[in-house]
Design a protein around this ligand. Structure first.
Ligand code: NAP
Length: 238
């Protein structure tokens, strides 16, 4: 039994730890986007596989028995690639995905289908963008002022009026509230990433009555899905 964990998330790191503790051989895979990533325990490989065909070949060469796709809810291409490659290589595939966020009383959320739609429908002039550095290009043609928070420095195209904040979660409600106040933010833009690491901004926005533009998750291939690392352990070791 040897498991490939497609990672880049906290859930993937938790699963790597849980399977390693049970003596299951694993390899975690990271895309290599972040300069100094948080690493999971155990063996790690970094970089793309070269599409579904490359991944299928890699699965065969490395004698992988099962794949857990624990990538971020918005990492669409690797999810599709895993689906196709697992079928080709005849390897079991599970999706580990944290639940999305849901509104609470007092929230003012505006759901959109894409960052482009968010850019075209901003209900404010001072925008806190938390959609990651790859998402900034969608706002490059906008005239609003942006505070953009990312893990690594972004590359052009970028909005004309922008301040970059390099940081990574977890964040606190107090910290997020201070940030929204200091920068006089009047709209927050986020993807529906889910999880508790980055959810404090939503509480801060609710408390300060700041509207939130939330990008819906993209559709994913029809794969058996669990939301907790422990459930993925049970799937690997029934
Ligand atoms: P993506 O658009 O789905 O993937 C683009 C390409 O990057 C894939 O086709 C694949 O290349 C490679 N790739 C992606 N994830 C990989 C992995 N775990 N291991 C090896 N190759 C991988 O992905 P993305 O949105 O750029 O995200 C990249 C990574 O960052 C993912 O691991 C994801 O979990 C993490 N992440 C993403 C977000 C987000 O908002 N998108 C947020 C936090 C973390 P090949 O086709 O060559 O195999």
């Amino acid at each position: 039994m040897k498991v490939l964990i497609l990672g880049g998330t906290g859930e993937a790191r938790a699963l790597a730890e849980a399977l390693t503790a049970r003596g299951v051989p694993i390899i975690s895979s990271l895309a290599g986007r972040v300069a100094n990533p948080k690493l999971p325990v155990g063996e790690v490989r970094v970089g793309g596989f070269g599409g579904p065909a490359g991944l299928a070949e890699w699965l065969r060469e490395n004698h992988i028995d099962a794949v857990v796709d624990a990538t971020h809810p918005f990492a669409e291409r690797i999810g599709a690639s895993a689906f196709e490659a697992a079928a080709t290589a005849q390897v079991r595939l599970l999706r580990l995905q944290r639940p999305g966020w849901s509104e609470s009383p007092g929230d003012d959320w505006r759901w959109v289908d894409s960052l482009d739609e968010a850019a075209a429908n901003l209900p404010g002039d001072r925008v806190f963008l938390t959609s990651g550095r790859q998402g900034l290009a969608a706002f490059a043609g906008n005239d609003q002022w942006f505070l953009a928070r990312c893990v690594d420095p972004p590359e052009p195209p970028l909005p004309r009026r922008i301040e970059i904040l390099l940081d990574r979660g977890p964040y606190t409600v107090d910290g997020e509230t201070r940030l929204l106040r200091e920068h006089r933010i009047d709209v927050l833009v986020t993807k529906d990433s889910g999880g508790s690491m980055t959810s404090a901004k939503l509480t801060a926005a609710r408390n300060l009555r700041v509207p939130v533009v939330v990008v819906r998750r993209p559709p994913r291939p029809d794969v058996p899905t669990v939301s907790e690392p422990g459930q993925a352990v049970d799937w690997v070791l029934p």
